[in-house]
Design a protein around this ligand. Sequence first.
Ligand code: SAM
Length: 273
Amino acid sequence: MTGFSVDWLNSREAADQEARDSELLHSAVAFASTSTEGDAQSVIVDLGAGTGSTYRAFDGVNTSIACPLTWRLIDNDRALLEEAARRAHKDHLIETYELDLNRVDELPLGEARLITASAFFDLVSGSFIDRLISAVNQSNSGKPLGFYATLNYDGSTCWDPIHPLDQVVLGAFNSDQVTEKGFGTALGPGACDYLQQVLEHAGFSIKLADSPWRLEGKDSRLVAELIQGIGSAVRSSPEISAEDIAVWLEFRLSHVAFGSCSVGHTDLLAIRE
Ligand SMILES: C[S@@+](CC[C@H](N)C(=O)[O-])C[C@H]1O[C@@H](n2cnc3c(N)ncnc32)[C@H](O)[C@@H]1O
């Protein structure tokens, strides 16, 4: 969980696909695949695309496509983009862009009908969102535009069975979530609220839905990675001692096959007609 390896993204993908709010997903696919007059294709720009989890989520939706979809996958990790291209269905129009998203003026946003991102916005700062939406507005020629941002961590994690240290570990983890993640001070659990405000101000209508991970024994590999990731994130926290982290880790890792866990996320769909 410390980096964004193919292995980590693979191990979370099934939980992510199950967690996405189905109604918002269907609405996003329907919006993207309805052509506007004169468009031969519908362009979707996926920010922080990783190995392409979002286009696979779209593939899972059974709907008639009036307009072929072209996916522009953007990431700064070449290995992830290569994996995304390797796994793409041969009928898909996939373009990969190895780019640092901080360089918002260089993003291939032209003609975009839908901008997507999953498990990404909690990494970024408010000033990144401001610059991104300003670049999106500049590149948009007044045609309908959608913004679909899913799996934004909301700061809640509940465990069963509970442990007396759960809340102090969660507090320390959430403090780490609002540190620098490559885009200035990260918004962490506040990202979805901030994104909503900025998009509303830019004239979008917003829909939100909960999309929690609900993990149990069958997800034990992912849960173990999540626990280790939390342990790493809080290791140098002043909010919890090393001894308490060790006690919590031992308890949590001994329950991965029997316990359960829920991690809160929010999905957002914004449309401007
Ligand atoms: C948590 S992963 C999510 C990946 C994918 N969207 C998914 O849901 O599986 C975050 C992604 O953002 C990418 N990323 C992080 N910082 C970036 C940056 N500065 N520029 C471009 N991509 C970045 C990472 O390489 C990674 O693929």
